[in-house]
Design a protein around this ligand. Structure first.
Ligand code: FAD
Ligand code: DHB
Length: 383
């Protein structure tokens, strides 16, 4: 098989890139190791930045997002059993976020790709990538391409094709993870609540007027077997309690544990191979940045490839890595900052707790601090 752009991975990065290329008349083939049903059932991110929303809309895949997504103008930070609103839109000249599950974004992009009759091969894992020659090997054959987009997530194979001599890796593991649930109950909150509590962080989020998405800090390798539904609700109630408010409960439809890490590899390009999204960098989820960063990478990559195919000009391809990494490091910092401000380190070090309280008080009383949080949360226009 031959194509202009071979895309490894049908997550948000790979599917969005394919759509942007399609709109510009550039050919691509997507190889995805999992089945369509698996990709469409994976529950992950929920917060779309303004820039992500605009891009999906411009790409012609924003119809259902516009109809069903929930626009939010603020979030709440909770500590010492009190909530403090951060008015995102007031602090950012009217920018906002949209709550629309990554699962739905992926479903919309897959449907658009298949409607266009373009190649998206499920159950087809890339096994080896040759960055110099532009070849992707998979079990039944090989794909020959001008350019390979490595959009295969953190555990994919593309990053391994960067030569060890040029690769720099930066990483940090956190001593905690998130236990997340999707529950069939109307959300008890109007806006997301990020709660600091001595027993650990909790996050109240949502997916729709009838679906709630809640998280609690847990051990990175937490055994879900130790968490019957009643224990999860109990812990959520304790960590998010404020006077005069009740957490409504309902059947839990899905639960899972996610470890947390920060990771960046540099550069994002070698010869014909360009990495995008989680294949190149990971952020802990507290800042809601991972999906948005993946979409930003492929926006840059699409622009670079469109310029190249239109005029033979490779300049944006040459600066791709440097351009993306500026935003990547900004989001790495923001995600690390949110994470360390809100999570309790095992052992409840009193010094750490005092620093966290001081920072939370500062962020919720200083307009300058709140503005910095808001700008990063809704997504910086320029980095
Ligand atoms: P992925 O979504 O990982 O997609 C990679 C694809 O490649 C997968 O489909 C995989 O099956 C496929 N693949 C892997 N190996 C191969 C191979 N060898 N051959 C072919 N295909 C392969 N981000 C936010 O922005 N906001 C949030 O609110 C948020 N919340 C999150 C909550 C949780 C619990 C988690 C786990 C993550 C969250 N994130 C959030 C992060 C976000 O989900 C990821 O950053 C995002 O999925 C990255 O997209 P991607 O396309 O780069 O990678
Ligand atoms: C969700 C996930 C996040 O990581 C976050 O910071 C906010 C919301 C969510 O899944 O709804």
């Amino acid at each position: 098989m031959r194509t202009q752009v071979g895309i490894v991975g049908a997550g948000p990065a790979g599917l969005t890139l394919a759509r942007l290329l399609e709109n510009a008349g550039i050919e691509s083939v997507i190889l995805e190791s999992r089945s369509r049903a698996y990709c469409e059932a994976r529950v992950r991110a929920g917060v779309l930045e303004q820039g992500t929303v605009d891009l999906l809309r411009e790409a012609g895949v924003g119809g259902r997002m516009d109809a069903e997504g929930l626009v939010h103008h603020g979030i709440e930070l909770q500590f010492d059993a009190e909530r403090h609103r951060v008015p995102l839109s007031d602090l950012t000249g009217g920018r906002s976020i949209v709550i629309y599950g990554q699962t739905e974004v992926v479903k919309d992009l897959i449907a658009a790709r298949l409607d266009s009759g373009l190649p998206l091969l499920f159950d087809t894992p890339a096994e080896r990538v040759d960055a110099e020659r532009g070849i992707v090997r998979y079990p039944d054959g090989e794909l020959q391409c001008d350019v390979i987009a490595g959009c295969d997530g953190f555990h994919g194979c593309c990053r391994g094709a960067l030569p060890a001599g040029t690769l720099r890796e930066f990483s940090r593991e956190y001593p905690y993870g998130w236990l997340g649930i999707l529950a069939s109950v109307a959300p008890s909150i109007d806006e997301l609540v990020y709660a600091h509590h001595q027993r650990g962080f909790a996050l109240l989020s949502l997916r729709s007027p009838t679906l709630s998405r809640y998280y609690i800090q847990c051990a990175p390798d937490e055994d879900l077997g130790r968490w019957p539904d009643e224990r999860i609700w109990e812990e959520l109630r304790t960590r998010t309690a404020v006077d005069g408010w009740t957490l409504e409960e309902g059947p839990i439809l899905e639960k899972g544990v996610t470890g947390m890490r920060s990771y960046v590899c540099e550069p994002l390009r070698h010869e014909r191979l360009f990495l995008a999204g989680d294949a190149a960098h990971i952020v802990p989820p507290t800042g809601a940045k991972g999906l948005n960063l993946a979409i930003h990478d492929v926006r840059m990559l699409a622009e670079a490839l469109i310029r190249f195919y239109e005029s033979g000009d490779k300049s944006l391809m040459d600066t791709y890595s440097e351009t993306c990494l500026r935003r990547v490091w900004r989001c790495e910092h923001f995600s690390w900052w949110m994470t360390t401000m809100l999570h309790v380190t095992p052992g409840n070090d009193p010094f750490d707790l005092e620093l966290q309280h001081s920072q939370l008080r500062y962020v919720t009383t200083s307009r300058a601090q709140a503005k910095a949080l808001a700008e990063n949360y809704v997504g910086l226009e320029t980095v």
